[in-house]
Design a protein around this ligand. Structure first.
Ligand code: T46
Length: 134
């Protein structure tokens, strides 16, 4: 999973007025951004995700609050806690992900390499495993 799941440090400009972070192509985003969306007003106890993408790459950024991301492939599973707006999680293609333990008021920004296309999703875990193995 090494290159397909990694923490991305997002530049942070700090002064007495606060912090400014930016996500530009090349620094730190390793792909052309084709879609940006955000998840918010998340009820306590919610789980989101529960799918993999065939081709899409993305970076999840906890703009506010915190949550856990469970990532899996056929061999490995790990849980990454995201809680800093200048630290995102890159997830490449063919990685199963689930998001859970959202803190109250959390907001997750996602930048993605492709426009939304339901055909890129593998939403059934058994299908995901079959797709990887074929
Ligand atoms: C992902 C995780 C981290 C759209 O209409 N346009 C969009 O750009 C997106 C991303 C979704 N949708 C629709 C598709 C569904 O009818 O919004 C609805 C909810 O999407 P979904 O159930 O896939 O939401 P999450 O939070 O489980 O997953 C989302 C992304 O879809 C997915 O790419 O990796 O965030």
């Amino acid at each position: 999973m090494d290159e397909k799941v990694k923490i991305i440090e997002i530049p942070k400009i700090s002064d007495q007025r606060g912090n400014l972070s930016f996500i530009s192509y090349g620094n730190p985003i390793p792909f052309d951004i084709k879609n940006v969306f955000y998840i918010y007003d998340i009820p306590g106890g919610t789980k989101r995700g529960g799918h993999a993408h065939k081709k899409l790459e993305q970076i999840l950024i906890p703009l506010s609050g915190s949550f856990d991301v469970v990532v899996k492939d056929t061999k490995n599973e790990s849980v990454i806690h995201l809680n800093r707006p200048n630290r995102g999680l890159y997830i490449g293609p063919l990685i199963w992900r689930e998001m859970k333990n959202f803190s109250s008021g959390s907001v997750c920004l996602v930048v993605a390499s492709l426009k939304y296309d339901e055909k890129d999703y593998l939403r059934d875990f058994a299908e995901f495993i079959r797709y990887i193995r074929k």
